[in-house]
Design a protein around this ligand. Structure first.
Ligand code: FAD
Ligand code: NAI
Length: 471
């Protein structure tokens, strides 16, 4: 059979578009199919995920900073007003500039964008149905599935697009909700909860587990809980949501606490953020013979991203692992480079995660709980930002850095940071872990003074030698 393409990528998110660009750079003839109705590339991340949420987090943080923190620096600003339409329009502009940027890169490297819904057909062909119903077929030597994920719905409180919503609608509330009830104290619940809290909502979080941020190191999660309560969040853990009723503009959410107490919370908007599930609707996986995990619905792949069908591969949120944009794009690059004969790999032990609340949370590697569970003997080095000159100068003194290192070898096993710009500070720790470095390696690197990175150096010094220099 004649193949039109070496590679057809289904899905234009960070996994798919990055794979397509890298494939074109390596000389493959590649098409990328995207079904988003407005023909925007970039997937969930650029359109309704990472980017718009961070635009709102940055804007709302500036508002919060101006209203509550500048006076401590001796800056009087008079009355500060929120212009929500402008804030939302800025967010939309950031999104369109970045999604347009992906289109520009496709042109630059010669990736063919194809707009429509893709379905696997016989012989690794891909059938595309455009928005006007017209069908076309792309013949491909290889097909990469990168169709991502969608919000999980609770069967007893379905999304209605207005009162009970997913993260997508929660990026566009206007006006600011009076009382936002957030179901799920994970990434989305706390990030978008922070946005609307800063802009004036009362925010109540209902979390099923005994703690928020179940994926984080326990000590960090406990400290985040305290700081969010200080910021005005109401947080109920061990709380099982049982239903919701909408009357006029009021939603009543019912829940049960672990000790059997009934809870009823009234608000005007409910954000349900209880996780995401792989998105495979209309892809034709069953007919094509592509196997999925019965429980999670994720596509089964081997270490080279090969599915159960030869020539069909999968990456990103669709397969196992953390649902993070940088994990998806890393897999896209490694998949394509492997296909063209190179020998790269994804180091799943050194994928950082960041929660962009304030102060920020960033981590890489194992938590204390995981180390204990695995029976690994480790040393802990901790250093508070309050003891660094820069954090004092910035007046951002909450949080700490925690470095976990192997007792015998001093190898860094995990780093967990709660503090200002933790998102940027974690990069050094990822590099060290990638090179299997030790706490001493971090401590002996010169950290510029005065910077927040000194807290990382000091925590590492403590893990290695038992003592920091400045505390
Ligand atoms: P996606 O980005 O989901 O892209 C898949 C694309 O495939 C979509 O555009 C979809 O339209 C298309 N598609 C699906 N089916 C078909 C089909 N049959 N034919 C054609 N096209 C199809 N991650 C981070 O790392 N950092 C963050 O700060 C962050 N913030 C987030 C905030 C929110 C509110 C949300 C919801 C997610 C966030 N994430 C973040 C997660 C991140 O968005 C995902 O991990 C990432 O987008 C996954 O990339 P992907 O390429 O696997 O899939
Ligand atoms: P999540 O998995 O982060 O958190 C979901 C929370 O909901 C968990 O704490 C869970 O215990 C709780 N929960 C589950 N069922 C519940 C129920 N019935 N009632 C009450 N609580 C319940 O999922 P979230 O926040 O929806 O985000 C989805 C994914 O998107 C994240 O896991 C992450 O991979 C990605 N994401 C990443 C971001 C980042 O990198 N900064 C930001 C936003 C999303």
């Amino acid at each position: 059979m004649a193949h039109n393409y070496d590679l057809v990528v289904i899905g234009g998110g960070p996994g798919g578009y990055t794979a397509a660009i890298r494939a074109a750079q390596l000389g493959l003839k590649v098409a990328c199919v995207e079904k988003r109705a407005n023909k925007a590339l970039g997937g969930v991340c650029l359109n309704v995920g990472c980017i718009p949420s961070k635009a709102l987090l940055d804007s709302s943080e500036a508002y919060e900073h101006t209203r509550h923190k500048l006076s401590r620096h001796g800056i009087k600003v008079g009355s500060v007003e929120l212009d929500l339409p402008t804030m939302l329009a800025r967010k939309d502009k950031v999104v369109s500039e970045l999604t347009g940027g992906v289109g520009y890169l496709f042109k630059k490297y010669g990736v063919t964008p194809v707009f429509g819904a893709a379905k696997l057909a016989k012989g690794n062909a891909v059938e595309v149905t455009a928005s006007d119903g017209e069908k076309s077929v792309l013949e491909a030597k290889n097909v990469l599935l990168a169709t991502g994920s969608e919000s999980t719905e609770l069967p007893f409180m379905k999304f209605d697009g207005k009162h009970i919503v997913s993260s997508t609608e929660a990026l566009n509330f206007n006006p600011v909700p009076k009382h936002l009830i957030v179901v799920g104290g994970g990434y989305i619940g706390l990030e978008l909860g922070s946005v609307w809290k800063r802009l004036g909502s009362k925010v109540t979080v209902l979390e099923f587990l005994p703690r928020i941020l179940a994926i984080c190191d326990g000590e960090i999660a406990r400290e985040v809980h305290k700081l969010l309560v200080k910021q005005g969040f109401e947080i109920n853990v061990d709380t099982k949501v049982t239903g919701a009723t909408v009357k006029g503009d009021t939603v009543t959410v019912t829940a049960q606490s672990k000790d059997g107490k009934e809870l009823s919370v009234q608000g005007d908007r409910v954000l349900v953020a209880v996780g995401r599930r792989p998105y495979t609707s209309g892809l034709g996986l069953d007919e094509a013979g592509v196997k999925t995990d019965a429980k999670s619905g994720r596509v089964d792949v081997n270490e080279h991203f090969q599915t159960s069908v030869p020539g069909v591969y999968a990456i990103g949120d669709l397969i196992t692992g953390p649902m993070l944009a940088h994990k998806a794009s890393e897999e896209g690059v490694v998949f394509v480079e492997t296909l063209t004969g190179m020998k790269p790999h994804v180091n799943y032990d050194a994928i950082p995660s960041v929660i962009y609340i304030w102060p920020e949370v960033a981590s890489v590697g194992l938590t204390e709980e995981q180390l204990k569970e695995n029976g690994v003997e480790y040393r802990v080095g901790k250093f508070k930002f309050a003891a660094t000159g820069r954090a004092k100068a910035m007046d951002e003194q909450d949080g700490f850095v925690k470095v976990l290192a192997d007792v015998k070898t001093d190898r860094v096993l995990g780093v967990h940071i709660l503090g200002p710009r933790a998102s940027d500070l974690i990069a050094e720790c990822v590099t060290i872990m990638e090179y299997k470095g030790s706490a001493e390696d971090i401590a002996r690197c010169t950290h510029a003074h005065p910077t927040l990175s000194e807290a990382v150096g000091e925590a590492a010094r403590m893990a290695w030698s038992g003592k920091p220099l400045n505390s």
